[in-house]
Ligand binder design. Sequence first.
Ligand code: SF4
Length: 390
Amino acid sequence: MTNIPWKDRGFTLSPSSWNNFESCPRKFWLSRQRLPRKTGMPAAIGTAVHDTVEDLCNLDLLDRDGEETGWLPRTAKQLLRKQWEEERESFFNTPRHPAWKEDEFEKAQKLLIGALNIMFSKAGRKSVALATISVDEWRAIQEMVLAAEGTLRSTCGRLMGRLDLLIAERDESGETIGWIVADLKTGRAPEDELYDTVSRQLRLYRDLLAENNPGHPPITTEGWYALNSKVYVAEGPNVLEDAFAAWEKMRPTETPLPATPSADACAFCEWKAWCPSWIWARAHGELEVEGVFRDEVVQVVRIEDDGAVALVERMNPVDVEGNVVESGQRFGVVVRGYARESLRELLDMGWEGPVLFGSVNVGGSSWQLGDWCDVLPWKPIPDSGELPAD
Ligand code: SF4
């Protein structure tokens, strides 16, 4: 499945790979196997907003009248639109993607405004309309930004991170009195303090920055949540020692790392079709099943109405390797949107084995598969690491 074995490729710990490893080593291992990747609207919106902030920070304003106002809403929207189009293209080039929601552009605009409001507040302007920001005021903000989308690496190359913004804090005389490492977040904001995973990510940036810049000014580390324009400070001990220890444990291996199924780790794991552990843990009461959205491994018995409805049989695991057998429980499924396309494609390719339905709604008299669902061939990779045939 992989052209160059993972063990022969270089390996660098990033905050996201570290988080994956801590939540479930198998999840991390699977993420390195070049399996078909998944994307969704939240990721597309987040990238479009991040890249637009970067574009605005690097915008060339040399020939503009410093007094001019009213330019920022128009420019921000144009830049966001450009990034949006690029994201749409990359979305459709990602093997696993749901339907594209064009009307979410409005949400991206709101998030961009939220992010810009935090930047204004850092420049001493509280809650202002974008249209009132003059070219000179934006130049002052640009001047405050020491780096937008910078890569940080440990000198040995084992650790890396991409920080969104490095901001200079200056006193009234213009002297730099501190640095702010800012990570822009477009997801749900925490209620009071940063999630542990985000705090650790931010502290990794902080500690790499400090390590690479002896004599640096005091560094503050902040998560900027665009949704509510709120800033959360990450505080705590240095994480480099822990990161290097994790890097040692995350070294590439031919055989899968252990799986540690749990409600938190498995909930949004995108590698379930290749993992035999969650279904085995669930069958043995070690993983609770809650809510109407479930992951199910099924055998398609019949498909009708050009793929709009199907009859499936739930499959139960018989061993830790992911082998499954019929349960005798059959369900009617209404199949819509992206799920319908995926199921049709799979059956047209001649796949006759079990199928993973990710997040199928089992709440009604018929199951519901829609744009939000994964429909994938069930190809669990056993502990031996022997990859299933394509
Ligand atoms: S489904 Fe659960 S156990 Fe399997 S890799 Fe993902 S997180 Fe780990």
